[in-house]
Design a protein around this ligand. Sequence first.
Ligand SMILES: [Zn+2]
Length: 56
Amino acid sequence: MAAVCVVCKSVLAVDRIRLRYEGRYYEFDRDRCKLIFQENPDRWLDAQGEVLDQPR
Ligand SMILES: [Zn+2]
């Protein structure tokens, strides 16, 4: 399965953006998606830090 952006679920290219958050790495296709994630990470992750299929 191809890696996708945490926020918009677009398939990631080689120029993906990586962000370390609470000991794990998350990947984004655009700076804007990274900023949306950083505004409220809990919206995108479950209690174990796994990416949710549907944001809260
Ligand atoms: Zn994205």
